[in-house]
Design a binder for this molecule. Structure first.
Ligand code: NAP
Length: 280
């Protein structure tokens, strides 16, 4: 009950003007990575009734096929590609398959992601944690952006990045591999934004808090924390597609950012004390 109330307060429902979205996306091609589950799947379903062409990418072929047949029944225009985007050769094959389609990509929603929560001292033989997160969360979207900017202009005009609220806050122990990779792409895109804007390509960075998907299950399954429902997350992405604003943050995130600066030292000291106590 309390959790529901907190969730409503922290994540109010912001309406999307469906007819404006319909006009904005009419005849547009939207590439969504990580569309088989969670936020990406919810976004694909939110767009399925609009006059758009969807290109959906993820690894799980059966799930993509299931979504495709569902969309075909609704007469939605949808292509699916199974690819492991953490592998450069599969990214390249996907890029070539997209080039072979009769229509260029207008909008890229970078959503596929991998999360790892592990203490640094438990990662001493696990360089692959850093490699895996970087290859999917950083190198794959960089590769796809460069490819689309090179070959799909002038139609390619909007990049929506599914980022995480934590990249704007004080760092948290145990999340080094994930946070570093999410921050890397967030920075890459924000550094490039003025150049992209000058070339008429919009960038929207969407900073999500915890979202109720399978990604958070290993860490939060038995904890009662307020999470953003996945349908609301898809709704926020629809607003990003409609308004093309450069950043979407929960209303309370700027307060968190301020506290991250003001209370950085006590935050760090608190963690050190807690971690020392928990290893005794
Ligand atoms: N959940 C949260 O609390 C939260 C908060 C902030 C930001 N985010 C971000 O939101 C995005 C979506 O996460 P989610 O919560 O929706 O998680 P999810 O339910 O686990 O979905 C992740 C999606 O990415 C795909 N994917 C994973 N590895 C892939 C790979 N190697 N190649 C291609 N596709 C791959 C998955 O499909 P397959 O397994 O079929 O490949 C799935 O469709 C991520 O970028 C995440 O960092 C999530």
């Amino acid at each position: 009950m309390l959790n529901k109330l907190a969730s409503r307060l922290l994540f109010p429902c912001l309406p999307v003007d469906k007819s404006a979205l319909r006009r904005r996306l009419k005849n547009k091609t939207v590439l969504i990575t990580g569309a088989s589950y969670g936020i990406g799947e919810a976004l694909a379903y939110a767009l399925a009734d609009l006059p758009v062409r969807l290109i959906l990418v993820a690894r799980t072929q059966e799930k993509l096929q299931q979504i495709q047949s569902d969309f075909t029944a609704r007469k939605a225009d949808c292509q699916t590609f199974a690819a492991d985007l953490s592998k450069p050769d599969e990214c390249q094959t996907l890029a070539e398959a997209i080039d072979a389609l009769p229509y260029p990509v207008d909008i890229f929603v970078n959503n596929a992601g991998k999360s790892i929560r592990r203490p640094l001292m438990a990662s001493l033989d696990r360089l692959h944690d850093a490699e895996r997160t970087m290859s999917l969360n950083y190198f794959a979207p960089v590769r796809l952006c460069l490819h689309l900017l090179k070959g799909h202009r002038p139609r390619f005009t909007h990049i929506v990045n599914v980022s995480a609220a934590n990249v704007l806050l004080a760092p948290t122990p145990h999340w080094a591999a994930y946070q570093a990779s999410k921050t890397a792409f967030d920075q890459w895109l924000r550094c490039g934004e003025p150049e992209l804007r000058a070339g008429d390509v919009r960038v929207s960075s969407v900073y999500f808090p915890l979202v109720g998907t399978r990604m958070i299950e290993p860490t939060y399954a038995n904890r009662s924390v307020p999470v953003l429902p996945v349908e609301k997350a898809a709704n926020i992405l629809c607003r990003a597609l409609l308004t093309q604003k450069s950043a979407f943050k929960p209303w309370w995130l700027p307060l968190g950012q301020l506290c991250s600066v003001l209370f950085n030292s006590p935050w760090r000291r608190g963690w050190i004390r807690y971690l020392k106590a928990s290893t005794k």
